[in-house]
Design a binder for this molecule. Structure first.
Ligand code: GDP
Ligand code: MG
Length: 175
């Protein structure tokens, strides 16, 4: 019997306020690099990354879409959300506004995409000494929104691939 080589493709969108590390996260996961200069123009449309999921050994191709500098809820176009099978809602440890914006980003994704796989990502945990929110607040918000929480440091490559593994697993599990 000849087995079909089905290719699973998953569009992942990454939302959250400006400068929380969205572009860095996509670039880190897809290319394995981190660059420290903040350039709005660095934004890419999307990057592709093929991975074998550790859990099931299944092959999956992530299409990682960047907001390309559209950092306001209303500025992000419909096309950005269209066809997304998973979403990362991100904020930064040293930016209270980005944390306060999480719920609106989450609601926007739910509105545009329906109940897709989603993770809450607290990035820049290397800056915990400058944290503008408590661990309890973060956990409370994750519970309230029923989101799986990841604390990442894109800079030191901490927990980044775990987020994508989770989203890949969730996406496949939901069929
Ligand atoms: P975006 O606007 O959400 O796409 O954010 P960027 O990816 O452009 O990152 C904004 C700035 O935060 C850049 O200077 C990054 O180098 C920096 N950055 C990203 N992740 C981390 C991290 O984990 N720790 C620290 N200290 N800086 C980070
Ligand atoms: Mg960016």
């Amino acid at each position: 019997m000849i087995e079909e080589d089905f290719e699973t493709t998953l569009k992942v969108i990454v939302v959250g306020n400006g400068k929380v590390g969205k572009t860095s996260m996509i670039t880190r996961f897809a290319k394995g690099v981190f660059t420290d200069d903040y350039k709005k123009t660095l934004a890419v449309d999307f990057l592709e990354k093929r991975t074998t999921l550790k859990s099931t050994g299944e092959e999956i191709t992530f299409l990682l879409w960047d907001t390309a500098g559209q950092e306001e809820y209303d500025a992000v176009t419909r096309a950005y959300y269209k066809g997304a099978g998973a979403a990362i809602v991100s904020f930064s440890t040293n930016d209270r506004n980005s944390f306060d914006a999480v719920e609106r980003w989450h609601n926007k994704v739910a509105e545009e995409c329906g109940p897709i796989a989603m993770a809450l990502v607290q990035n820049k945990v290397d800056l915990l000494d400058q944290a503008e929110m408590s661990a309890g607040e973060v956990e409370g918000l994750a519970r309230k929104l029923s989101l799986k929480l990841y604390r990442t440091c894109v800079k030191d490559n901490l927990n980044v691939s775990e987020v994508f593994e989770y989203l890949g697993d969730e996406f496949l599990r939901r069929g």
